[in-house]
Design a protein around this ligand. Sequence first.
Ligand code: TMP
Length: 193
Amino acid sequence: MFIVIDGIDGCGKSTVASLLSKEIAKFRPVFHTFEPGHVRDGLYRKLIMENVANPYVVAALFTVDRAEHVAKMIRPALDEGQWVICERYADSTLAYQGYGMGLDKDLINRMNDEAVKGLWPDKIFYLDIQPRLALARLSSKDKDALEQQGIEFLTRVREGYEEIAKEKNYIRIDATKSPNHIVKQILEEVHIS
Ligand code: TMP
């Protein structure tokens, strides 16, 4: 089972993904991973943060990070029979670089197709939260170059997720609920509890 946890910055996906992985590990082997930056010790992530002014460069680096992540980590883990819990995936690029930065969405879809090579998640949990609340959760010292783009940017990204959710089978989660509540909800959806 390949599970993706997605949403705007400050939605709490890392906390939820960690708790969820611990719970699932009680029942079966699980691999908790994330994008960007799990491959190559964050090399692409570093390059991304140095190039945030150029949406094409950023999207290319995110999708290269994804291509290696899929080939070297996600697919091998699934092949070994592990469940994979991944923070962010292809739709993050569509929402952030497409809707947030205005890069051509067809181009992003093509880049994502090349990166994932047919490996699409079984379930996508979308942690929905208002940008104002999400930003309040992030202290300014922890914000990276993309997170510093502010409320208008994050509002466009959230509208992007809303659009994508209409087309794809997202499972929408109210991200203002407690992490334990959210994890319980997800465990019920994946039929483990
Ligand atoms: P993170 O906070 O989840 O580690 O992600 C780092 C930043 O990168 C965050 O602001 C979301 C952004 N991002 C994109 O803009 N496009 C992408 O494809 C991904 C995976 C993340």
